[in-house]
Write a protein that binds this ligand. Sequence first.
Ligand SMILES: Nc1ncnc2c1ncn2[C@@H]1O[C@H](COP(=O)(O)OP(=O)(O)O)[C@@H](O)[C@H]1O
Ligand SMILES: [Mg+2]
Length: 372
Amino acid sequence: MKRPTIGILTWREGKRFAEPTYFRRLLKAGQELGCTAFLFSPKDVLASGKQVRGYVLDANGKWQSRLFDRPDAVFDRYRYTPTQAFKDYVAFRRTSPFLYANNRLANKWRVHEVLHRDSRMHRWLPETLLYNRQNLIKMLGRHSLLYVKPLNGTGGRNILSIEKHGGGYRLLGRDKQRAKISKVFSDISAVLRWTDRWTRQEKYIVQQGLRLQLVPARAVDMRLLIQKNGQGEWSITGHGFRVGGERSATSNLHGGGKAVPVPAFLKPKFGEERSAQIVRDCEDLAHQTAETLEDHFGRMVEFGLDIGIDVDGRAWLIEVNPKPAREIFREMGATEQYKRAIQRPLEYAIYLAKTQGREGREPLLKRKVASR
Ligand SMILES: Nc1ncnc2c1ncn2[C@@H]1O[C@H](COP(=O)(O)OP(=O)(O)O)[C@@H](O)[C@H]1O
Ligand SMILES: [Mg+2]
């Protein structure tokens, strides 16, 4: 076969790209793996559909565009923004005739529904309902800590925790700008008035809150990266812990979180054997999640999972990121894992290009085509 060409779908404005640093590393990895990788955005596909304006780096590390034939496979890295450009991308994904390494995933609520339909997932799923007054009251009756999160949120924005506290309620959270929020209310009607206002702009879920304070007064959760490899199989690339800032409801890096390797973190608390068990459970969770979601949404290439380990050592799935960051490995100094995390989606895309999508999951492909 000729040298495979892999298109990377993303946002661009002139020669500004959504994730320039990551893309530089990705294109370099492409060279090392023997493929031709280029960036493109929905507007770069020529009317014929047979050619694409693609962006690559020249010898001086500057972005250059040139015309390419239709790529053999496409890695979709277009990330959510609340803009018209994103709506255009969604329409583009429905009609563009490429062999995609990954499909789109749905919002947090839809993803929860799909996972919850699979009983094999139940033990890892915190109770989750759509936000409304009745559901909030119901959930407060069942759990002493709740999280309220937007269906389309990312990066720890617009997240609120509600904790029963003395006879009242303590609310902690992060607003749109990720500024900290802290409120205390003495009765539930005051809470409801406030949360109704908080959730007015968009839809939210209300979720069982997990006790993740493995470090006192800090939110801690695991980030696990599961990816397809060059044989088309799911494989766990690595994991790390993210320790949130002091008195923060979230552990996201942008909110002041720190990255810590997993064994160093678990062993002092749970001992060697129990720690190994917990890690195995997280890996089972990851494989099952990938399989269940792929069965429903079609072919996928990677997932970044936010996993909560509660103070009893139980693993819970908090969030599935279909277009995850991989910086946690770099922050931990895990350079090999970081390199692999960048390479793997390309290795899978090359595998797809070579097999032209006839990899071992025929029933899945037939179902996808049939449902269009
Ligand atoms: N149910 C929950 N229980 C405890 N902590 C949670 C819960 N949901 C979210 N968090 C905390 O908030 C962070 C952000 O929530 P997440 O659902 O991952 O949203 P985002 O898309 O903004 O990253 C998590 O990484 C975790 O630290
Ligand atoms: Mg998250």
